[in-house]
Design a protein around this ligand. Sequence first.
Ligand SMILES: [Zn+2]
Ligand SMILES: [Zn+2]
Length: 384
Amino acid sequence: MCLAKAIIEWRQYLHTTPEIGFEETVTADFIAHKLESFGIDVHRHIGKTGMVGILKRGTSDRSIALRADFDAIPVQEQNTFGYASQRAGMMHGCGHDGHVAMLLGAAYQLSQDTNFDGTVYFVFQPAEEQGTGAKAMIEDGLFTRWKMDAIYAMHNLPGLEVGSFLISPDSVMASENHFSIEIHAAGGHAAMPHLGSDPVLVACNVVSTLQGIITRNLDAIHEPAVLSVTDIKTNGGANVIPTVVTLSGDTRCFTDETQAYIKQAMERVVAGVTAAAGLDYRFTFENCVLSTINNPDKSDVAVRVAKKIVGAAKVNDKCKPFCISEDFSFMQREIPSSYILVGNGATGEKGGVPLHLPHYDFNDDLLMIGVDFWVALVHDQLAR
Ligand SMILES: [Zn+2]
Ligand SMILES: [Zn+2]
């Protein structure tokens, strides 16, 4: 088999059959059959559609886990090439088709290779986009059924030259937290507010006071955070003061400590502002995804290996964090890890369309670079 050719076929086939989180049955079957055909032991239904492939060599008890996500996004593809999505309203708009192809390519290469000593775990994760796949795999025993010394994940990044690496020693991406604030009042007639009570004015005060948490209570350099109230609903009308206003939104930050502080400060603001007006509230704060934080030692390993593959000039080992989120963060709280970003193509060039846009496509020129990186990482960590 010519891997460089086969891997493009796999990637483009996967691109035609995108599936949304936890419904990736065709994709999961495809991955499992490929791994089995390489002679790799496959354990399915780890996190619903997720799976783990295991390849053991020699006698060492050292191990390494390599993770690829494989779900698609609910976007109507606007590309018109031959392998465009064949499913209405779904596309591989985040390049997880490419992540799968790269990890399958590495699995094939390593299945033909006896020059390492230890166990490689190929972790294929569903439902990254809704932020629930990693958790589901952990709940199904990903780290208790198997002893993995470390786990690495790689994501493509448009806007960066193809094959250039961005590897942070620590903070990579933000946590994502959704909140909801209900403010309850007596309501009333718009012309006679003094006879009832008004949650709208209080809600407006809550919205503006919440911004003070970010700008007045957090260190602007060391505790960057965003708080966005994105939705306001009431049960009022033009001449009816509502009895309830619901504010909802999203807040992001980069450490578990800042996240806990924001949650507590938000409730303090909501309680204080509503109490001042004599109203009641209900506050909920849900952490959807934790912040993505690399282990510096594992990032050092990834940097060393990336330099070997693409040269030192194409490896940035001090990348600044991004305010987007990634559920690999849940795996990062379990064992040492590094989340690696790799260029999909510079802006305006092949692979340069941003993630999640309807014209995005994974760059096939990146496939063998990814395979070579994964294989070299295994050789580095499980050297004979
Ligand atoms: Zn995505
Ligand atoms: Zn993604």
